[in-house]
Design a protein around this ligand. Structure first.
Ligand code: AP5
Length: 212
């Protein structure tokens, strides 16, 4: 399956993407994670992306389109992929369609803005493998350590109140229109975010017609 995940920052794309990746045995490609790795490694893309990400703005379309096209051409995407965080503008969605990549479904995870702010403020991620955690809703077994690889849990630099507000504004103005684009193509399905991760997963599986 070639799947796109759409949703506000903090809607649970990374969390559900990881669960779906295990279920479907296909890779999740998170453009946010790719950009954070590029910043850490001080690549040209990373240098361009840093100020946009720290301000809660979108990285320019041409940078993102090239990055994703190259990534999708790698062998581990041959049997399917889950795109988390791309496309994020109508121009990116159109570029993906024009590149000939076939998309089977676009899943929108719907969550209210006030829930997002609370979730992102308490989010942590593994500094080694990137697995997502939350110190209120999705705690690790050992405080500060990743259940999967034992790496240290850290807070993202864009998870502060002012940047979260900018990211939400950007989502509503620039990213939400892609839902209408994919609805017209007959590809959009919706899952409503729940209080518990496992309950959201049930909604996600139902929307994608997968067995639990
Ligand atoms: P990116 O990394 O994609 O960030 P985002 O879209 O803002 O989404 P998040 O990763 O913050 O949230 P998520 O939906 O994955 O939620 P999560 O599962 O972690 O992008 C970062 C930046 O990179 C962008 O701002 C932009 O600058 C740039 N960028 C990336 N792609 C781009 C593109 N295509 N074009 C241009 N620029 C681009 O969950 C959040 C928290 O909630 C976690 O703590 C989790 O444990 C918890 N949680 C999840 N589900 C539940 C639940 N049901 N109940 C309770 N808690 C839950």
């Amino acid at each position: 399956m070639n799947l796109i995940l759409v949703g506000a920052p903090g809607a649970g794309k990374g969390t559900q993407g990881e669960i779906l990746s295990e279920k479907l045995n296909i890779k999740t490609i998170s453009t946010g994670a790719m950009l954070r790795a590029a910043i850490k490694n001080e690549t040209e893309v990373g240098k361009t992306a840093k100020s946009y990400i720290d301000g809660g703005k979108l990285v320019p379309d041409e940078v993102m389109i090239n990055l994703v096209k190259e990534r999708l051409a790698e062998p581990d995407c041959e049997n399917g992929f889950i795109l988390d965080g791309f496309p994020r503008t109508t121009a990116q969605a159109q570029a993906l369609t024009e590149s000939g990549v076939k998309i089977d479904k676009v899943l929108s995870i719907e969550v209210d803005d006030d829930v997002i702010v609370e979730r992102l403020s308490s989010r942590r991620e593994c500094s080694k493998c990137g697995a997502p955690y939350n110190i209120v809703f999705n705690r690790p077994e050992v405080e500060g350590k990743c259940d999967k690889c034992g790496g240290d849990l850290i807070q993202r630099s864009d998870d502060n109140p002012e940047t979260i507000k900018n990211r939400l504004d950007v989502y509503h103005t620039q990213t939400e229109p892609i839902k209408a684009y994919y609805e017209e193509l007959g590809l959009l399905v919706k899952a409503y975010g729940q209080v518990e991760v496992k309950d959201t997963t049930k909604e996600v599986f139902k929307a994608l017609e997968l067995e639990v």
